[in-house]
Every structure is written in C-alpha cells, then in structure tokens.
Design a binder for this molecule. Structure first.
Ligand code: ARG
Length: 358
C-alpha cells in the first residue's frame, strides 16, 4: 500500500498547501471553495476526493497531480477536474469531436525520415477503459483479474498481422522482464506518481502484455489505463504505424468490449491528461543540435509537441535522442492529433538539418 493511503482528504489537502514545490494543476485548482464542495462526495465506484488527489498531494512536484478514481469521477468531481482538464489541454470550453481516424488509404504521409538517419523508431498509442470498472484507486484484485480475463478473450479475436499471444506479468522471469523493458516494449512499477495513485496495487497480478507475432502491435493490460493499444516499429514510417493502430482499434471496438466515454471528454482515462483521443504519436529522434539550443522547449511548445527522454516519461535523453510527441489529445480528432505530431516532427527535422549546416 502506498504511504499516502492512510491519509484522508483534509490531511492530504493540508500537505498540499504546505508544500513549496512549483504549483501543480491540482494545487492551482483545488481552491478552498472547490475543496469544500468536493471533500465529502463519493463516486459511482465508491471513490473519494482523497483517491483523486493522493498522488499530487504526496508528490507536490507533480505537473498535473490528479487522477480520476473511476470514469464517474469526471462527473462527481467535475468541480475540480474540469478546470484541471481545461488548463492542461489549453481549451476554454470542454468539447470533443466524434472519433475520426481519417482515410488510412489516403493519409498523405508515410515515412517522415526516408534517409533513415534521424528517426530511430515510431510509436502511436491510445488508452481505453472498461466502462464497467473503476480506476486503480478503487479496484480490487478480483476486479483486475476479471478485467484481464475479459480483455484477453477479446485480444484472442484479433486476426491476420494483429493476431498474437498474451504474456501475463505474473510468472514472467526477471530476465524476460528486463529484456522486454530495455527494448521499450514493457512497462514496470517504477513511477512514484502512479504508485501513490494506487496504480501498482496488487502488482503484478492482472497485468500483462499482448504481442502480435511481428511485435509491431501490442496491448498493455492494466498498466496506468485498463488498456493501452500500441503500434510501433523501427524507422520513421508513421503512415504504416498509424494505419496498423486504426485497424486494431476498429477490430477491438467490435469485439464486445464496452469502453468508457463522455460526450464532451471523449474516451475516459485514469489521468486527465490523456482524455479525448487518448492518442500519443511519438518518434525517437536524434536531434543533438536542436536539443542543445536554449529555446528548444519553446520551439516544441509553439508546435504543440513535447520532448521526453527515451525511457519513458520523467526520464532523460540519451545521446541526443529524444521522444517527440503530440501534446494535445482533447478537442481535436485522432487524425488531427497525428497530423499535429507529423507537422511538428517535420519542423524538428528541418531545424536540426539547418543547425547541422546540411
Ligand atoms: N501524475 C503525474 C504528474 O502529475 C503524471 C501526469 C501525466 N502523465 C501520465 N502518465 N498520466 O506529474
């Protein structure tokens, strides 16, 4: 059990107020009035305000600092979550278009780096949540096992190049885990933000990874979200990676799973930063010159893209290789989110070449 689990909402709030770290979105929007309004509410799956704010109060250096205890938290705790969502996604109004994946037979883009010199690999993921279960803070071990069973049954219906095998984390050897993590396939239990939010309760029970035979399509089961669908391959062919993901989403949506959604928020996820399309399209790209520029972060912000280290969120870059992805997921369609990333990566490549004098 995480350290903060023993504290109630008032104790957590007092800790947050006393913290001196730069302001998280939680700290900014959990005003005394919002706290008073939400402190005694309970959501459909019996989640509380403490469940939503525990991670951000125990980790005052959070950027966001709040998680939804279950899909219904977006209604019950809207007084807190709505301002956080608007602030993170930089929107004045909460609205989200219907899913639109574009015409994958006619995308108008393919390989973003035909020379093969800069982009190491390309990945696109979406998150999905089962409508009938809560999120980590309210889940029991039985819930996780049940969800895993239902999910695996549907994954087994995937066909052609998407067909594959499910590997539960329970019973997986340490060596195999280390190998899959180093190859950027597998998740682990090392994120202190997620841990404090209950994300590693009963670890590793109910978690696992599904691989298509060619390892270019995978599904994470019960990592941060109930489901993460991931399409990835070496090199810069975003067209192929995205097309494969869309095919998988369409097959899985018609396989009997019911995903949590809300009109103005799109697909519901554990973290408010992933709502909407839930789509993060990224490349690992070598940009030593651009990354050394003092205005690198602003360059990325202006293009609505984000640079991370290559071993996941909150990690550092290695050898000038960065993970570049779209930042916005809400208030735009899936194809628009991918196009935003594509345009950003193209601008990054152009600038790196200019700086390198090529
Ligand atoms: N809760 C963490 C924070 O506020 C992570 C937020 C976004 N990342 C994520 N994996 N959901 O900094």
């Amino acid at each position: 059990m995480a350290e903060g689990a023993k504290y109630n909402a008032q104790e957590l709030y007092d800790r947050l107020k006393a913290a001196t770290a730069p302001e998280s979105l939680l700290k900014k929007h959990l005003t005394p009035q919002v706290f008073a309004e939400t402190k005694d509410l309970v959501s459909k799956f019996k989640g509380t305000l403490a469940d939503c704010i525990r991670s951000g109060c125990m980790n005052p250096d959070s950027g966001v600092g709040v998680y939804a205890c279950d899909p219904d938290a977006y209604t019950t705790f809207a007084a807190l979550l709505n301002p956080v969502i608007k602030d993170y996604h930089k929107v004045d109004k909460l609205e989200h278009p219907k899913p639109d994946f574009g015409d994958t037979n006619n995308l108008g883009f393919g390989d973003l780096d035909p020379s093969g010199n800069m982009i190491v690999s390309t990945r696109v993921r979406v998150g999905r949540s089962h409508a009938s279960y809560g999120f980590p803070p309210v889940l029991t071990l039985e819930d996780r096992v049940d969800m895993e069973k239902k999910t695996v049954k549907c994954l087994e219906t995937l066909t052609e190049d998407l067909a594959g095998e499910y590997c539960p984390l329970t019973g997986m050897t340490k060596e195999k885990q280390a190998e899959l993590t180093a190859d950027h396939f597998l998740f682990n239990d090392s994120d202190r933000f997620l841990r404090e939010a209950g994300g590693y309760n009963d670890w590793p029970t109910g978690r696992g990874i599904f691989f298509a035979k060619n390892k270019k399509f995978l599904v994470w089961v019960n990592e941060e979200d109930h489901l993460r669908f991931i399409s990835m391959q070496m090199g810069g062919n975003l067209g192929e990676v995205y097309t494969r993901l869309v095919k998988a989403i369409k097959q899985l949506e018609s396989s009997g799973l019911d995903f949590a959604k809300k009109d103005e928020l799109g697909y519901l996820t554990f973290c408010p930063s992933n709502l909407g399309t839930t789509l993060r399209a990224s490349v690992h790209i070598k940009i030593p010159k651009l990354a050394a520029e003092p205005d690198f972060k602003k360059f990325c912000d202006d293009l609505h893209i984000q640079a991370r280290g290559i071993h996941g969120e909150h990690t550092e870059s290695v050898g000038g290789v960065y993970d570049i992805s779209n930042k916005r997921r809400l208030g735009l369609t899936e194809i628009q989110a991918v196009q935003e990333m594509r345009a950003g990566v193209e601008a990054v490549i152009k600038r790196e070449k200019e700086l390198a004098g090529k």
